[in-house]
Design a protein around this ligand. Sequence first.
Ligand code: HEM
Ligand code: HEM
Length: 180
Amino acid sequence: MSTHHRYPWTVSAMHWLLAALVGANFALGWLLDDMEALMAAHRALGIAILGLALLRIVNTMRVRRRLPASVNPAGSLPHLGEKLAHGLLYLCLIAIPLLGWLKTNAAGHGLSALGWALPTLVERNRQLSHLFGDLHAATATLFAALIGLHIAAALWHQLAHPGQGLARMLPIGPKRQRGG
Ligand code: HEM
Ligand code: HEM
């Protein structure tokens, strides 16, 4: 079992950066109302989230031996629930921007990031554009529910076992392990 009590600082930094960016992109997504400037910002931020999420996964694999053990007993139902929820959160971070990308291409628009043209994943197709748009909206709603559950679980752990909840995911504080 891991003897580490906190997440390495690179993991917590990426966790909170992505949480802030995802929150902002939900706000933009819900405000979208045929306003091209908002839509452009939503797409650009969403592509940045996709890139950062891939970097985050690579980083988590890099530091996997220094990740703290779960606060839930290994093999228990809450432990399985936690693994499932974290896996689904990662899946959403990748799948939702990809569905947005597919929707944008199917609607006949190209995408670029940092001045580089991104590949066109599907040709223009009205039906697919509607399908990917609906899937993007539906999975984003599920993602919002999952994030709500995740926050509730984090707050519950914080109240039930002070010091084992939010503190584990803060980039600063006592008992920080060396390296990141
Ligand atoms: C984690 C990243 C993202 C989140 C959380 C997110 C969330 C949302 C939400 C909540 C909506 C409103 C859905 C509704 O009508 O109820 C939306 C719409 C939309 N998003 Fe995203 N989005 C993300 C990434 C992207 C990306 C990367 C793109 C494109 C490159 C994109 C393109 C769109 C488009 C085109 C719509 C309008 C869909 C339609 O009207 O059918 N999104 N998004
Ligand atoms: C877009 C929003 C969020 C996503 C996608 C997300 C995702 C994750 C994931 C995947 C983990 C597992 C550790 C890792 O692999 O990095 C995690 C851990 C954690 N998250 Fe979030 N998170 C989000 C927002 C939040 C918010 C708003 C809070 C604040 C209440 C929070 C509190 C925590 C805590 C305390 C942990 C550590 C759990 C433990 O003790 O092991 N997260 N998060």
